[in-house]
Unconditional design. Structure first.
Length: 555
């Protein structure tokens, strides 16, 4: 019911608006018709009087001065092209031709060249270069005034003017014809010793009406008054209808937009087509609507920002919780072994990471050492790291074989590991009494053993955990003698880059181990070298774990 009532009121409002605009359109159209007819007659009368009384003499004088000036300029050019001795027989008024007498700049368009195939011009304008015997040497209108023709033969009425110019006396005159006022000018062409070597003849056509001005104007107005009434009345009516229709359309559009805006449609806009009073109203309406929309958008942005802030706060809280959980899974203290020194360093690239290290207390005082790296970073890697740690601890209680432990964990991980993820892991079992270290490697970076002053890698083959089922892992064994040490690490150390994008790399790490002999401070030494390599502004790219094992120092 409310919608129907709203539509009824809207239709009634539109009918009243259209009726109001129709009456206004009729009044404005009538005014246009009357003004159009009266204006046409007054303008016609004014133009006739102005033309006869003022313009015609000025036009004649202008054309005469122009023709005289152009003739003088052409005469100078003709003398210059002839070297001041005689006329150049190759002279031409055609633009682009050698020895052309076409004036440069704006003057070049005052006497145009008429080609043979061009139609005859409505107002005859041309220029001729005349030899001393009166024959045409060059012509801008060769179709009507060909070269080698006597000029007096083609222009009998201008014969005296041409003869005067050939004898050294220039001049100009106005001749009234049926086509208008013919303006003629002739100028002699002088040699260097002030001898006449030819002449330039220029002709142009002005306009003219003869007879009594008042009688002509009166008769013309009487003859054309009815014509103008018939022509201007429909034109005025059409113009009035078109003009008022546009005005009515703009007002109607503005009224409708205002009504829709009042009904709650804040997207209403009207095009501003003109800068008149209605255009100002349209612009004010659009500004008001835009300000309201911007206010609503700002309010929505604030709501979204608050929502994002709340979401970010929630995520940060969850990450802090995950960080605490992850660190609680790392060894809380380093095992104390008589005659051995163990040191660790761990730093994730984000709040949580995918590196892991662990110490497993086994039977007969043996110690299991684990270091691993989960692909990717963040929460998924941390969750996979925690799962792997639990599986390693469970498998180590079943068998004392490092290779068998990794094989068992690999099978368990492969069943549930997310796609495109895997774990690299190095697992070793240390007998502190004998110094024997048995180990297996699941695709992890090779540890380095410092032995008898040399640095060598602890090699053993094996695929990363969770990548493929049915894997077997090679076991190797070494003896860690007195004053010997082993470095375990993750790839966050060797894959760090400096500002030039150079990688820290394995060769550099091995060289530093050969250089350093104090195992107790090896971690601090490596971290110092890493800071020197990456610079102060370095942002850690990957999780980093370092574990050192040295024999020969007392606890």
């Amino acid at each position: 019911m409310k919608a129907k009532e709203k539509n009824r009121k809207s239709a009634e409002r539109k009918r009243k608006t259209l009726k109001l605009w129709s009456r206004l359109q009729v009044r404005m159209t009538t005014s246009y018709v009357v003004v159009s007819v009266v204006s046409a007659l007054l303008i016609e009368l004014l133009l006739i009087v102005l033309f006869f009384v003022v313009i015609t003499p000025f036009i004649d004088q202008y054309f005469q001065n122009t023709a005289h000036r152009i003739a003088q300029e052409y005469a100078k050019f003709a003398s210059a092209h002839g070297g001041g001795v005689a006329l150049d027989p190759n002279s031409t008024f055609q633009p682009g031709q050698p020895s052309s007498l076409v004036l440069p700049g704006e003057d070049a368009s005052e006497v145009p060249y008429v080609a043979a195939h061009s139609p005859a011009p409505q107002m005859e304008q041309f220029a001729l270069l005349l030899a001393p015997n009166g024959q045409i040497l060059a012509s801008s209108y060769p179709a009507r005034y060909p070269v080698s023709t006597p000029a007096a033969q083609l222009l009998p009425k201008q014969q005296q003017l041409i003869l005067n110019a050939l004898t050294g006396k220039g001049g100009s005159k106005v001749e009234i014809t049926a086509q208008g006022h013919v303006i003629s000018a002739a100028e002699p062409v002088w040699s260097k010793d002030r001898r006449t070597i030819g002449a330039i003849y220029v002709q142009a056509t002005s306009i003219n009406f003869s007879g009594n001005i008042l009688s002509f104007a009166g008769g013309f107005l009487l003859a054309t008054g009815l014509f103008w009434l018939i022509i201007t009345a429909p034109i005025g009516a059409i113009f009035g209808v078109l003009t008022t229709r546009s005005l009515i359309r703009r007002l109607h559009r503005l009224v409708n937009a205002t009504a829709e805006f009042a009904d709650g449609d804040y997207s209403q806009r009207v095009p501003v087509t003109k800068r008149d009073e209605i255009g100002q109203m349209e612009q004010q309406f659009n500004s008001m609507a835009q300000q309201l929309v911007e206010s609503m958008e700002q309010r929505q942005i604030l709501i979204e920002q608050n929502a994002r802030l709340e979401e970010r706060t929630r995520i940060e809280q969850e990450l802090r919780t995950a960080h605490l959980i992850q660190h609680s899974l790392l060894p809380k203290e380093i095992p104390a072994l008589a005659g051995w020194q163990i040191a660790t360093y761990y730093q994730s690239a984000r709040e949580v990471g995918g590196d892991l290290y662990d110490f497993l207390s086994l039977e007969d005082g043996r110690l299991g050492l684990v270091i691993g790296d989960v692909t990717d970073k963040g929460v998924p890697a941390a969750m996979l790291m925690a799962t792997t740690r639990s599986m390693l601890r469970a498998a180590a209680q079943v068998t004392d074989s490092p290779g068998e432990v990794l094989a068992r964990v690999n099978e368990l991980l492969h069943a549930d590991i997310p796609p495109n993820m895997f774990v690299t892991c190095f697992y070793a079992v240390l007998d502190p009494d004998s110094g024997k270290l048995r180990y297996a490697n699941a695709g992890h970076d090779l540890p380095y053993q410092r032995e008898a002053g040399k640095v060598c890698e602890l090699r053993a083959t094996g695929m990363p955990l969770g990548l493929m089922p049915g894997m077997r892992y090679e076991e190797q064994e070494v003896i860690v003698a007195l004053d010997e040490s082993i470095l375990f690490y993750s790839d966050g150390l060797v894959e760090a880059h400096n500002p030039e994008r150079e990688m820290f790399g394995f060769p550099r790490l091995k060289a530093l181990l050969e250089e350093h002999t104090d195992g107790a401070t090896l971690i601090d030494f490596l971290l110092g070298e890493l800071r020197s390599f990456t610079g102060d502004g370095w942002e850690q790219e990957d999780d980093m774990t370092i574990l050192t094992l040295q024999r020969g120092l007392e606890n």
